[in-house]
Design a protein around this ligand. Structure first.
Ligand code: BJW
Ligand code: ZN
Length: 271
């Protein structure tokens, strides 16, 4: 199976790696659904919506700061690195379309990356629409910067940051004076228009589409593999569990991204 796929990879004109939380699981970042998923312990409606932010901004910021701290300390794993190597090996024909907000693809060296659900280290004001890049946001809210968080031990993070956080210390938008939230896409919010349209266009134009570490349940991202398949792409799934997409896939690898992707890369290099 790997040999046949390797030939397709070598001959492909456009390869999309569509990734989800599962690819970062082995970097120590919990997934959302599934056995150890975040949504087993927390309700999405209470944490990942603008209504939740309006109801209790302090609680939401504490939850996001905790996840930012986890992500700041995490390293890309061999799954991220293999995708970055694919891009180097086949320059110009590989693109990553990720639902993840952790930035680990870029950290692993991937250059062409579309972040459908934003980035956790950016800031977004839902009141006036102002967007804050990582650099700008770390000026407005220095404790939310990756450089700062990655040097904190768990006890320092909990004692010095989480315990000391109050309504008064939350980030305020310099444009409108309202509270700024994390630069991610919550349920009920639209995805960044330019990113989404590029994602649909590269998916339609792909001849090989990898769906890696995603339950492929959340729309509109979950439509990308379908659109790719309808446009003639070969679909490949890398996931230890069956998903709604599995039956539509031409190749299925039931294993972890950190093991399967490097092994496919090795095979491609060998032929
Ligand atoms: C491994 C592994 C290993 C484990 N290796 N694999 C059409 C129909 C029905 C509903 C809707 C619809 N259109 C829109 C909706 C509503 C909603 C939606 O899709 N709901 C569904 C859940 C039913 N969508 C939206 O609201 C979106 N907005 C929108 O559509 O706007 C237009 C609109 C507005 C108003 C009204 C109507 C339309 C926005 C969606 C935003 C999603 N945001 C989140 C949170 C981001 C912020 C944060 O991080 O806090 O994004 S939710 C969460 O799910 C996160 C993820 O990016 C996303 C996808 O999850 P993912 O990545 O697939 O992770 P998991 O955990 O689900 O799966 C992990 C997989 O990995 C599993 O399969 C494991 O087996 C596997 N795995 N270890 C490889 N080692
Ligand atoms: Zn504002």
């Amino acid at each position: 199976m790997k040999m046949e796929l390797s030939r397709l990879i070598r001959n492909a004109k456009r390869i999309v790696f569509f990734t989800g939380a599962g690819i970062s699981a082995e970097s120590g970042i919990p997934t959302f659904r599934g056995k150890d998923g975040l949504w087993n312990r927390y309700s999405p409606a209470e944490l990942a919506t603008f209504e939740a932010f309006l109801n209790d901004s302090l609680k939401i910021w504490k939850w996001y700061l905790y996840r930012m701290w986890l992500i700041a300390k995490a390293q890309p794993n061999p799954g991220h690195t293999a995708i970055a190597e694919f891009e180097k090996l086949f320059s110009g024909k590989v693109i990553v379309v990720t639902q993840n907000v952790d930035g680990l693809h870029e950290e692993a060296g991937s250059v062409k990356v579309l972040e459908l659900h934003g980035n956790i280290f950016e800031g977004k004001c839902r009141f006036c629409g102002a967007f804050y890049s990582k650099e700008r946001f770390s000026e407005i809210f220095p404790i939310a910067s990756k450089c700062f968080l990655k040097n904190l031990s768990e006890s320092d993070f909990k004692e010095k940051i989480l315990k000391g956080l109050s309504e008064d210390s939350l980030p305020v938008c310099p444009v409108c004076g309202e509270l700024v939230g994390p630069g991610v896409v919550w349920f009920g919010e639209v995805l960044p228009e330019d990113v989404l349209s590029q994602a649909f266009s590269v998916s339609k134009g792909s001849d090989l589409f990898f769906s890696v570490g995603t339950s492929a349940l959340v729309q509109p991202a979950a439509s990308l593999p379908i659109v790719a398949k309808e446009s003639g792409a070969v679909l490949v799934e890398v996931n230890p569990e069956e998903t709604f997409l599995s039956k539509q896939c031409d190749f299925v690898f039931r294993g972890s991204a950190a093991k399967v992707l490097p092994s496919i890369l090795k095979e491609v290099k060998n032929i």
